[in-house]
Each structure stands twice: as structure tokens, then as C-alpha cells.
Write a protein that binds this ligand. Structure first.
Ligand SMILES: *Cc1c(COP(=O)(O)O)cnc(C)c1O
Length: 219
């Protein structure tokens, strides 16, 4: 079923949209079913689980971290993570830069914005981006900011979801025209999950993060 669901989903999303298959809570066998039909990009939201999977699954998997990242956990993923979608503070960004430097890497990151009504969701606000203008940010040579990420409110109300995605899109456009106008790598808008990826794509998503639609409901 997993392979079939994945291929069906791939047919539904435009080729230019990157599919991050969210494998959190799924077994290695389940991940391999997706891997064996060509999927290489997987997303995890807990550091220990991602480290464990990375150690036991094929080395050509690109691991994307999509959950809230505590500063003291950055060191465990700095050696191998392919992209961190969930930078929600300057503090964690500084730590990623520091650990990437130690690992002799440049780590791709996205800035996560708070766009949902629920206050439980982590993220930056469009008006607390002063750090982007500081010297400290300018000197960070071991991170590459590739765009933005956000999660819409969990609701059946499509109008709410759409307006939240539009908000993320406008934050992206503002940064792309301003601070990141000379940064060709700044081009990703990570938005859309199983319940809302279609709306997200209509609103300009370049990366969708989908789990349940492929693997079934989580326990
Ligand atoms: C779990 C998760 C997803 C995927 O959710 P599904 O509804 O299973 O598709 C996407 N993004 C983040 C940040 C998640 O934690």
C-alpha cells in the first residue's frame, strides 16, 4: 500500500514541488517501501528517532528535520542533516552555524514562521526579524537560508488554511525582495501536509511534507 499511495501522490503534485515524505513514528521497513520506489527525501520531527534511522537506513537518504529543535540537540544531527525546516529562533540558528562549522559543512535551513491561530505552534513572527540585519547573522558562513516554512491551523475551514498559506507566501516574497534579494538559494516555501497540500501548492508551495496520506494514520 505504501508504494502505491506514494506513487499516487507523486502523480498529483507538480514535478517542481519537492516531496518530503514524513516518516516520524514509522518503522524502517515502512521507510524502505518508499525508498524502494525511488523516494530519497524523508522528514523527521524528533532528533533521537532521526539519528537512529539515519544509522540503520541507506546512506543516500536525505534527512530533513521538521520538528521543534532544541539547541542542545543540534550537535547530534549536524553531521548528516540535509535541511532543517524549523529554525524558530536566532539562538538555534547560531547553534546550527556553530555545529556546522565543527562538522565542516554548510547546512541548509528554512525560517519557520508562526502563521496558525493555535498558539502551540512554534515559529518566528514577521516582525521579529531584526537579527537578519545584525553583524552576527552576516558572519554565519555555515548556514544557508533557503526559504521559509509554516504550518496552517488544523481545521476543515479551507478559507482559513488558504489565508495562512497566503500569509507565509507574502513573508517569503518580502524577504526575497529584501534581505535575500542577492541569494538565489532563497527559493523554498515549505508548506502543506496530508490534509492541506493541495491548497498549499495552489498558494505557491515548493515543498510539501506528507506522512499519513502515504503511510496511513499514526497511532
Ligand atoms: C507530522 C508532520 C507533517 C506530516 O503530517 P501528515 O498529516 O502525517 O501528513 C508535516 N509537517 C510537520 C512539521 C509534521 O510534524
Amino acid at each position: 500500500m505504501i508504494a502505491e499511495n506514494l506513487l499516487k501522490l507523486k502523480n498529483k503534485i507538480p514535478e517542481k514541488v519537492t516531496l518530503v515524505v514524513v516518516s516520524k513514528t514509522r518503522s524502517n521497513d515502512a521507510v524502505m517501501e518508499a525508498y524502494n520506489v525511488g523516494q530519497r527525501i524523508f522528514g523527521e520531527n524528533r532528533v533521537p528517532e532521526m539519528v537512529e534511522k539515519q544509522e540503520s537506513l541507506p546512506g543516500d537518504i536525505e534527512w530533513h528535520f521538521i520538528g521543534h529543535l532544541q539547541t542542545n540537540k543540534v550537535k547530534y544531527l549536524a553531521d548528516f542533516v540535509s535541511m532543517i525546516h524549523s529554525v524558530d529562533s536566532f539562538k538555534v540558528l547560531k547553534e546550527i552555524n556553530k555545529r556546522a562549522k565543527t562538522a565542516d559543512r554548510v547546512i541548509d535551513v528554512l525560517l519557520q514562521f508562526h502563521i496558525a491561530k493555535e498558539d502551540s505552534k512554534y515559529g518566528l513572527d514577521a516582525d521579529d526579524l531584526d537579527f537578519l540585519d545584525g553583524e552576527s547573522f552576516a558572519g554565519m558562513n555555515h548556514i544557508r537560508v533557503c526559504g521559509v516554512m509554516g504550518m496552517a491551523t488544523f481545521t476543515d475551514d479551507h478559507a482559513v488554511v488558504r489565508s495562512e498559506f497566503q500569509k507565509l507566501r507574502s513573508i517569503f516574497d518580502m524577504l526575497k525582495a529584501g534581505k535575500f534579494s542577492d541569494a538565489p538559494a532563497f527559493r523554498e516555501i515549505s508548506m502543506g501536509m496530508s490534509g492541506d497540500y493541495e491548497i498549499a501548492i495552489e498558494e505557491g508551495s515548493t515543498m510539501v511534507r506528507v506522512g499519513s496520506e502515504i503511510f496511513g494514520p499514526r497511532d
